[in-house]
Design a binder for this molecule. Sequence first.
Ligand code: GTQ
Length: 348
Amino acid sequence: MQELGKLEDLPLEYREALTERNLVPLWPSMRSVLPPHVPTRDTSVINWDYESLRPLLMQAGDLTPMEKAERRVLILANPGHGLDNIQATPSIYLGMQLILPNETAPNHRHTPNAVRVIVEGEGAYTTVDGEPCKMERGDLILTPSGKWHEHHHEGDGPIVWLDVLDLPLMYRLNSSWAIEGELQTAKAKRDKSYSDYSAAGVVPNVNMQRGSTDTPMMRYPWSKTRACLVEMANDYAEGLLSTRYVNPETGRSLFPSIGFGALMLRPGETVQLPKRTTPVVFHIIEGAGSMTVEGHPSSAGEPLVFVEKDTLAAPGYTDITLSNASGSEPLFIMTADEEPLHQYLGIF
Ligand code: GTQ
């Protein structure tokens, strides 16, 4: 490939004249903005292990009262993107949120789409546009763009969940904003959500005038996803055990930005994921194992070990291998990726 001219090759006077008119020559950065064959991938291979994160999150509970936090969250910042940039991947923000007994995270709504994956604790619920969604370990709770949401905790111990938002994308589109609201009145008993009424092919008709992110399902209980994967494993001795979370009305991904899925690895199993353009986030629901990523300078192909409640990220355009460390127990992993965006853009 032809080597192109550098900025320093140009006379200083010319460069200054360009700067003064807000003009920039393309050719010195041509090869970095259009790199040959593989894109720049800032996302580093990383594991935010829960064991070392948890004490720091609990400390935040002592140091910062809810009134001073609104949302008491430690951001899982990928160092490849820079710690100030709220990015786990280019478009995905991850945060670990803590609520202590009897605390409430006040009602608000915002343009970014959010999902919570419950990590630890019992007795909390999120109210989404009046619908109370019980939060149990591994559940996926949606707060789509524009929906009011507040978090309550009536349990005894701390509750912790993983927030997954398209905040980096919304922020860089200069479209991220929020409004505060009064506490909501729940439309139903606090431990029952519309989502709990769904059956295969049947969903409650909640909202007759739908927007692009409207969905009848705000809560996807882990027990149902797990049962689905286990049933697949019982029937199929081999093949990747992989499910996608979809809006049951449209069959499309939950959000236009982020796609969600769940994987199961049989006891002793090692799987190579299909190579894809999108970076991926993994959250370990149950079990332990390791991830090997090949094709990116941040990992050098070394296995990264993980246990339950750990959260990992891997860049796109890589070969990702997952291994179940146990010969007797299955491994369950929740995934988040940028597939819907890549599909929309025609680059997937
Ligand atoms: O719980 O509404 O991690 O608004 C970041 C922004 C959580 C939330 C985050 C939020 C929330």
